[in-house]
Write a protein that binds this ligand. Structure first.
Ligand SMILES: [Zn+2]
Length: 84
C-alpha cells in the first residue's frame, strides 16, 4: 500500500477575498500527473468545479463564482506548507 501524504492548504479567492483551509491528500510516491490528488475537506464557501489528479489542474469554485486552480503558481515542498 502506498502511503498518503495529507496536508492542509489555504484557499484564497482573488476576487472576493474569501479564504479557508482545505484538507487534501495525494500519494506519497506519486509520479507526474499520477499523484492521486484529492481534496478531502473543502472549506465553507468553496466547492469543487472540476476534479483532477493534478492539484495544479484541480479547479475550485468560490461562492462568488470565481474559479481558480487549487494549486497556484507558488510552489512549496511537500510537508512545508505555510501555516498561519
Ligand atoms: Zn470569491
Amino acid at each position: 500500500m502506498a502511503s498518503r501524504d495529507r496536508y492542509s492548504r489555504k484557499l484564497e479567492c482573488a476576487k472576493c477575498g474569501a479564504a479557508g483551509f482545505a484538507e487534501a491528500s495525494e500519494n506519497d510516491k506519486g509520479k507526474g500527473s499520477n499523484r492521486g490528488f484529492t481534496i478531502d475537506v473543502m472549506p465553507k464557501g468553496f466547492s469543487t468545479e472540476r476534479t483532477s489528479p493534478d492539484p495544479a489542474k484541480h479547479m475550485v469554485r468560490c461562492r462568488c463564482g470565481n474559479v481558480f486552480a487549487f494549486k497556484q503558481k507558488t510552489v512549496y515542498a511537500p510537508g512545508s506548507e505555510p501555516r498561519d
